[in-house]
Write a protein that binds this ligand. Structure first.
Ligand SMILES: [Zn+2]
Length: 356
């Protein structure tokens, strides 16, 4: 009996497997010896999953007599896994292109923030936008990311800050997860900024006492799938103590910790994340040496965002040191109104890898 498969990718010059023993990540010197097959083919089954990868001649004899809905000659080409964008803020309304002129004139993130621009501008527009409007622009952004090779996107809420709009954003992410052909990891980021009229402590209380219980209820009913909890741990935003309270609250309800730390000022966020068993910490432009060592020991991933450091004219994170010390290093586009980058390939070109 012959079986049928969806796709045969034949005779690729290279197939990049990254790893061959099912490792979830590679660190240190293992990164210098990625698993790459030369002259190989890939078989994709009717369920969309990869059925076989191997030398072209072996695949040819193993699958001789079987049918394929489509065959693609990949001679002279390289087959890569889909790219993972580990940090994005893709659901929002209100363009902020006018701020680029302010930045070129020397304004910092905090100058713009204090001039009524920045995140507060996006929060106002996102609160006013309808769910449909937010979904449409989100869908277009995801399509741009897919065209640039991204197949898994971590997507944050965080432009609502009040419960109603945070849930609206998470519902938009949930709808995309169900309707679109790419994988999403959803992050509740209600502590992205301190909302106007509240102190950081009041905002943290509101999150712990109102937002998280409601999220838990919606997750239990299967209405929302939230994977991670995020906080912007930064001087003048959420300090280390309020960050800890919020992250612990999220962890208690089963969310993975994945937060913004040590971006504009050294905060000891890396040390905190390692202590709490965080899955990942993003940014880390100002991480300490102790923080790097703690992250390596705790197997906590560093999500580096070279685009943001470039746009905000920050120093680039110390990627080379992190790699040498055995930290798991991932990349994100940090797509947001302030860092308009859809392409993971674009992040590879920025000077984050230079030894510092
Ligand atoms: Zn971010």
């Amino acid at each position: 009996m012959t079986s049928s498969h969806r796709l045969l990718l034949e005779n690729a010059q290279q197939v990049v497997l990254v790893c061959v023993r099912g490792e979830r990540f590679l660190t240190g010197s293992a990164l210098r010896s990625l698993a790459v097959l030369e002259g190989a083919s890939v078989v994709v089954g009717t369920d969309g999953l990869i059925k076989a990868v191997g030398p072209a001649a072996v695949i040819q004899s193993q699958f001789s007599g079987e049918t394929f809905e489509e065959r693609i000659d990949c001679s002279g080409k390289c087959i890569l896994p889909g790219l993972v964008d580990a940090h994005t803020h893709p659901v929002w309304a209100g363009e902020r292109v006018h701020e680029f002129a302010m930045k070129l004139a020397g304004a910092t993130y905090m100058d713009i923030h204090q001039a009524g621009g920045g995140i507060n501008f996006t929060v106002e527009h996102t609160r006013q936008a309808s769910e449909e409007e937010l979904f449409c622009s989100f869908q277009q952004r995801l399509q741009c990311m897919m065209r640039a090779g991204t197949t898994l996107v971590e997507c944050k809420s965080g432009y609502g800050l009040n419960l109603e709009t945070e849930l609206k954003m998470l519902r938009v992410i949930e709808r995309a997860r169900r309707e679109l052909h790419l994988s999403l990891s959803a992050t509740y980021c209600g502590a992205h900024s301190v909302p106007k009229g509240k102190t950081a402590v009041e905002a943290a209380d509101d999150i712990i006492n109102h937002h998280l219980p409601r999220l838990k209820e919606l997750s239990r009913n299967g209405d929302l799938h939230v994977d991670n909890i995020d906080v912007f741990c930064e001087k003048g935003v959420f300090d280390l103590d309020t960050t800890r309270r919020i992250l612990e609250g999220g962890k208690k309800m089963g969310l993975q910790i994945n937060f913004h730390g040590d971006e504009l000022h050294p905060m000891k966020a890396a040390e905190l994340g390692a202590e709490l068993g965080a899955q990942a910490i993003s940014h880390l432009e100002e991480v300490s040496d102790e923080g790097i060592a703690a992250m390596a020991a705790a197997r906590c991933s560093a999500v580096l965002l070279p685009t943001t450091a470039y746009m905000l004219r920050l120093k680039q994170p110390r990627a080379r040191k992190m790699l040498d010390e055995g930290v798991i290093v991932a990349l994100g586009s940090d797509f947001n109104p302030n860092a308009y980058c859809f392409s993971m390939m674009g992040t590879f070109d920025l000077p984050v890898w230079r030894p510092s």
